[in-house]
Design a binder for this molecule. Sequence first.
Ligand code: SF4
Length: 481
Amino acid sequence: MSNLNSKKKPFYKKRFVLYSERGFLYSIEMNQITEKEHKQTSVGFISLGCPKNMVDSEKMLALIAEAGFIIDYDTESADVVVINTCGFIQPAVDEAMETISHALGKKKKGKIKKVVVAGCLSERMREKLLERFPHIDAVVCLGARDEIANVITNVLSGKAEKLYKSPADWESRIQLDSDRLLITSAHWAYLRISEGCDRNCSFCTIPSIKGKFRSKPLDAVIAEAKQLADSGIVEISVIAQDCTTWGRDLDEKEGLIKIVKELEKIEKLKWIRLMYLNPFGVSEQLIEAIAQSKKVVHYIDMPIQHINTDILKVMHRPDTKEKITALIEKIRKAIPDVVLRTTVIVGFPGETEQQFNELLDFIKQMRFDAMGCFAFWPEEGTKAAQLPSPISQKIKEQRVDKLMLAQQQIVFEKNKALKGRIIECLIDEVAADGPATGRYYGQAPHIDSLCFIKKCTEPAGSFVKAKITGFKDYDLLTEKI
Ligand code: SF4
């Protein structure tokens, strides 16, 4: 690393480099920057929250880079720091607030000049965020995402405007996500197919933040997928608040199946992964489409949230224990090698020990391949936050531990049973020394376990055959064959 003040030698700084004109650009590299570039304003970017937020971050990064700002890896000393926040649940709000405080602390010390806050917390709090943190230079709401480069130019030129609200018609239109600067990887990426949600689960703030459900038009979805594939992406994770509702507002009778059929036609795409499939939206036709598909991986991410029918009712989830059980059996019959992931909430107001044990027994009986478990949080503004008989934090944590322990046992037994199996792995990272890391179809990026692949020198983004030789905790140990 050279000293920034010596004018003679070019500078050395980690940052994103745009190699060609518009379109999907990906590169994270240590690169020497020229004197001229050093004079350009550098922007550091912090992306918090869910995969949908990551898509927004990637779009904003591309807009920032195209406006001629230098994307700086180092958010501790960039000229401007943009924080794309999550805000749908208190722990995420706390994380965002900590990140904002930290950046404002750096600003106070003169390390960074400006702090811009975007994302769900901006949308949820608006003026209140500026009252809470008056030294924030700009608050950018969700619908003003594509204004990010102008916002940065404005704050640098000392413009007074601080709050960039979503336009009035924000809830009736959807922002397109083409031309992103990918931060996921060079070979897999997210494809968002809709925005918002009309399901009013009583514990969830997302509809109040993201607005009502609206599908991204089919041609826009497919154009983005083609652009991804043309830039080297071989695996796409299809995301939304609830992917099963896509097309309902567009009179697309086939719904998500239509998207699957069109994505399959994109030759360069090898794996299509469907995330966020709410049980009440998983039809027999969709199961059949997944079973018949050559590219849709046999991986189903299906949040059930609970299994006790009375709890599901107060959650405003149109499922019942019988329906969910029958659906899982139908899926496993139609797709015998399916890998099932789910998400559950424990400690919902009024949840009795008996209702919790019913969920625990169900998880032990159904043996999901992966599971996320969250303690209920009485989110301000949700119906569930008004419900009587709250469960103590201590009991909530005990129930999370019990459930995760049971799930861990199941995963270790399943991993043991996988020993000797030959799988196809997508290589994510190659290590100079030691095994490469990758995933088989049953492992989604960023949320599931990994495969460690010995004797593998193939580059990231390639597929290899590997034999499972063992496991370490949740991860699989394999050897390339
Ligand atoms: S389906 Fe329910 S939990 Fe999911 S985003 Fe919509 S309201 Fe929230």
